[in-house]
Design a protein around this ligand. Structure first.
Ligand SMILES: NC(=O)c1ccc[n+]([C@@H]2O[C@H](COP(=O)([O-])OP(=O)(O)OC[C@H]3O[C@@H](n4cnc5c(N)ncnc54)[C@H](OP(=O)(O)O)[C@@H]3O)[C@@H](O)[C@H]2O)c1
Length: 238
């Protein structure tokens, strides 16, 4: 296993359920953790519970190119490169197509797809300079299999998979690794605003999803986990 001690790890979306659980695991393993999110109050709480120094806490909006680049410039000025970039941002707008507004469709793409593009684009040049790095995204199983009501969400997540697979081709002469994590339902704040009858008590716990990412980050560098699927035992879609 690769040690996380001293690794520079950025968790974008660290105020979310999976991101905040992951921040704790990462600092507990001795990583130099940088956290980013759009909500200052929540960021402060995560920083305090995960023991992240204030100088490594960034307010950013993944849909705003200037804000993403500003964060990357500030982080990249301090270190040669981020070793592990983990994107746990994301929104889920789940509703039938006739109820889905063009604005909601656009926001899904802007956050889950264009936002990831902006984030990866901002950190990739430094990773290319040092010729190594690990980038983890969470397309979820809805980036691989369809579900009624998921037109906007799946469009963004299938797009994310295609984009990351293409970027993988671009960087294959370097030691930059790309992992797509296909999670099934995770009991998290993601579901708070989704009007769908789901059994949250049967879902994966956010801490367990975070542990899967933590595990991925410690894989030996002789190989790469290009995909991982983790689903609730009683609801296996793949
Ligand atoms: N939960 C599931 O069942 C499930 C299943 C498969 C895949 N996933 C994926 O896993 C990832 C993490 O989800 P989660 O379950 O931890 O959900 P979550 O608790 O809702 O976390 C999502 C995070 O994204 C952040 N975010 C949303 N829009 C943003 C923006 N414009 N700029 C910056 N940050 C933004 C949220 O910030 P705020 O805290 O400010 O809202 C929050 O930190 C997402 O990509 C999601 O699609 C989740």
């Amino acid at each position: 296993m690769e040690t996380l001690k001293g690794k520079n790890v950025l968790i974008a979306g660290a105020t979310g359920s999976i991101g905040s659980a992951l921040a704790k695991l990462m600092t507990g393993s001795g990583a130099n953790v940088y956290i980013a999110g759009r909500n200052t109050g929540k960021l402060k709480t995560v920083a305090a519970t995960a023991n992240v120094p204030s100088g490594r806490v960034y307010e950013f909006d993944i849909t705003d190119a200037a804000s993403v680049q500003r964060m990357a410039d500030e982080i990249n000025a301090q270190i040669p490169s981020i070793d592990i970039l983990i994107n746990t941002t994301g929104i889920g707008i789940i509703k039938p197509v006739e109820a889905l507004s063009p604005g909601e469709f656009q926001l899904s793409l802007q956050t889950n797809l264009t936002g990831t593009f902006l984030l990866v684009k901002a950190f990739l040049p430094k990773m290319k300079e040092v010729k190594r790095g690990l980038i983890i995204n969470i397309p979820g199983v809805l980036g691989k299999v369809p579900m009624a009501g998921a037109a906007a969400y799946s469009a963004s997540k299938y797009g994310l998979v295609g984009m990351m697979q293409s970027i993988r081709e671009e960087v294959k002469r370097t030691d930059i690794r790309i992992t797509n994590l296909f999670l099934g339902g995770v009991d998290s704040s993601f579901w708070d605003t989704i009007d769908l009858r789901v059994q949250r008590d049967k879902m994966i716990r956010a801490e367990e999803a975070a542990k899967a990412i933590w595990f991925l980050c410690q894989q030996p560098v002789s190989g790469v986990v290009s995909e991982m699927v983790l689903q609730p035992f009683n609801h296996q879609a793949i």
